[in-house]
Design a protein around this ligand. Structure first.
Ligand SMILES: *Cc1c(COP(=O)(O)O)cnc(C)c1O
Length: 467
């Protein structure tokens, strides 16, 4: 029944008064700033909101995001079933707690954890990174205190990390020693890492799938360099791998790559279930190699079936559906299904990359090759190419067709150059790749006829200096 009272005094229901009222609402904007005093008709409100949300664009064409934009009917059904479940209520929803436990066990297996690993779900890799980083800080502090050493200047060493690590460092008072990019050195390398590491380094964080270019940082090489450092100096610096994307890719499409708990120095790993884990938005994972790697002071205990359930997370209440959907994906697809999907993404990325370079003056930074990185294609304008547009212009032009293909700078001495990237996900089919390539071709034709950023002539440049 509508919340509005028909003013005519006629009975409510599907009366003409209601219909009049509904039509009236179509010409009345939704309230924007003040908490509304009365409610509105459900159907019309829904219709109006649905239309407003169209302006968000179409997530299938959002090639900027790493996150899943496809979910099948079964996942939607599971999400609806779980809409009223709170993940934190282990006692009330014990079966959901059991499903989360199974997911952690699967990931421990997938990432080759020996012994007795522990882990939990999070809202995404950002929370997971926070937890992994806190555990590293607490372990470092305990080790230092036990030896009567100062604990006031912790630092972490990493390459060009995702923003969540900058947050972690700021929120927890850690000096972030970020080794930025140089030409030909896009990833953290042992040499530059060792220059930054010292007795106050709580951890080194390599990224398996750097957000800027998608390449895998050389986790095994970095670990070997830290092993050698320990042999030389006794300094034992642990590694946390940010495998937000790669944690759900490398095990399937780069099985020969050694990056996980097979490396003894890797104490913890995070990954985003809602990226290449294929689950809907709102789930990440963090695992520790061994129970001892998660300091007991960080663990809180909630009651569970009359017993005790240790938890370590920043949020209290959280939706349960994503975790249940993650479990569904794991058992529905298995290793074989994940391999098929991730390989298809890598193949589509390479297809796109090859044709892209045939279209225009583009140099590839990453072509989606599954052995070296995630299914993404990253490019820049070829050196010396006399284009009369920038990649920012190309991004704008593609946006007119609904595609979101961001242009952005790298870090360090590459901060002055524009790069462009697409993430190739499960629903970016060969068909979509070809449609995007055609739109890029047309954009290039357009820029030939209508150059956007023509180089300034000497006299134009001189006149600007007077402004
Ligand atoms: C996306 C991403 C994050 C943050 O993960 P969320 O799941 O979005 O919180 C952290 N690190 C890397 C490398 C990422 O790609």
């Amino acid at each position: 029944m509508p919340l509005h009272q028909p003013r005519s005094g006629r009975a409510s229901g599907a009366t003409s008064a209601d219909q009049d009222l509904n039509l009236q609402l179509l010409v009345t904007p939704l309230p924007h700033d003040r908490f509304p005093s009365e409610g509105r008709d459900a159907k019309v409100t829904m219709q109006t909101l649905r239309a407003e949300l169209l302006l968000d664009g179409n997530s299938k064409q959002n090639l900027a995001t790493f996150c899943q934009t496809y979910e099948g009917d079964e996942v939607r059904e599971l999400m609806a079933l779980a809409v009223d479940k709170n993940l934190i209520d282990k006692d009330e929803y014990p079966q959901t707690a059991e499903i989360e436990r199974r997911c952690v066990a699967f990931l421990a297996d997938l990432w080759n954890a020996p012994g007795s690993p522990v882990g939990c779900s999070t809202i995404g890799s950002s929370e997971a990174a926070m937890l992994g980083g806190m555990a590293a800080k607490w372990r470092w502090r305990a080790r230092r205190r036990a030896r009567g050493l100062s604990t006031d200047r912790p630092n972490m060493v990493c390459g060009s990390v995702q923003i969540c690590w900058k947050k972690f460092a700021r929120y927890w008072d850690i000096e972030l020693r970020e080794v930025e990019m140089e030409p030909g050195r896009l990833c953290l390398d042992p040499e530059r890492m060792l220059e930054q590491v010292d007795e106050n380094t709580i951890m080194v964080v390599p990224t398996l799938g750097v957000t800027y270019h998608g390449l895998y940082e050389p986790v095994a090489e970095l670990c070997a360099a830290l092993d050698a450092l320990q042999e030389r100096t006794g300094l034992d610096v642990p590694v946390h791998v940010d495998a937000a994307s790669g944690g759900f890719l490398a095990p399937f499409t780069a099985p020969e790559l050694i990056w996980d708990f097979r490396l003894e120095r890797v104490r913890s790993i995070n990954a985003s279930g809602h990226k290449f884990g294929l689950a809907p938005l709102g789930v990440g994972w963090v695992l520790w190699r061994d129970r001892q790697d998660l300091p007991e002071e960080l663990v809180f205990h909630v009651s569970y079936l009359g017993g005790d359930m240790p938890t370590f997370q920043i949020n209290f209440s959280r939706p349960a559906g994503q975790v249940i959907a993650q479990y569904y994906d794991f058992v529905r697809l298995g290793r074989q299904g994940y391999r098929l999907i991730q390989q298809a993404c890598a193949d589509n990325a390479r297809h796109f990359a090859q044709r892209l370079t045939a279209l225009g003056p583009f140099t590839l930074v990453h072509d989606g090759d599954a052995a070296s990185g995630i299914p993404a294609v990253v490019w820049t304008l070829a050196e010396g190419a006399e284009t009369r547009f920038s990649l920012y212009d190309l991004a704008d032009r593609l946006r007119m067709r609904g595609w979101q293909v961001p242009a952005y700078p790298f870090t360090g001495s590459l901060a002055g150059t524009a790069y462009q990237r697409i993430l190739v996900k499960r629903d970016f089919s060969r068909e979509m790749a070809d449609l995007l390539l055609e739109d890029i071709r047309q954009a290039l034709v357009f820029f030939q006829a209508h150059p956007v950023s023509a180089p300034l002539t000497a006299s134009e440049a001189a006149s600007f200096s007077h402004l």
